[in-house]
Design a binder for this molecule. Structure first.
Ligand SMILES: [Zn+2]
Length: 172
């Protein structure tokens, strides 16, 4: 599958007027701020974005982002693989005041210059889509050993489940 090169810096208003779009994969490692919250930067972000002008003559970009990321489970502190998805709809405006007047189905994309770097825009959408507290759906430490184990884990962030068992036995 061949991608056209990612349009890193574009004139979003021209893109909207032409009804242009872009679909492709970007390496997760390009999203450096996002990667700070992750356990690794392997993988890709699937990007689809379409620019257009609506009936009210508002220029907008609408898109979808999908990525598989690894974060730290906040219960067992092991790695957890999560799917991150974002669907966004951004009204392209020149300044704050225009942003306030956008219909509520748009979030504002304030572009006070002629051009905009799209990667940070997509990155912001991904960052707000990350779970605040990443957890395994069925975290074994919790389901098997209950709350007492969580206290021990809080004291010993790097411990494995066997250390925890030993500690519980010592406490009795
Ligand atoms: Zn877990």
């Amino acid at each position: 599958m061949s991608n056209q090169a990612f349009p890193a810096k574009i004139n979003p208003r021209k893109w909207a007027e032409k009804g242009s779009s872009w679909t492709g994969d970007l390496p997760l490692s390009h999203f450096t701020r996002l990667v700070e919250s992750l356990q690794g930067s392997a993988g890709v972000v699937k990007v689809s974005m379409e620019f257009d002008v609506d009936e009210e003559r508002i220029r907008f970009v609408r898109g979808d982002l999908h990525a598989q990321v690894e974060m730290t489970c906040q219960r067992c502190l092991e790695s957890v693989k999560l799917a991150v998805e974002s669907n966004f709809s951004l009204g392209i405006v020149w300044h704050d005041e225009a942003a306030a007047n956008l219909p509520s189905h748009y979030d504002p994309l304030i572009v006070s210059d002629e051009f905009v770097e799209m990667l940070p825009v997509l990155e912001d959408e991904l960052i707000i889509s990350l779970p605040l507290v990443p957890l395994h759906e069925d975290c074994e430490v919790k389901t098997e050993y209950g709350e007492a184990v969580e206290e021990v884990l809080d004291e010993r962030p790097a411990s494995n489940p066997f250390d925890v068992l030993t500690q519980l036995k010592l406490k009795k």
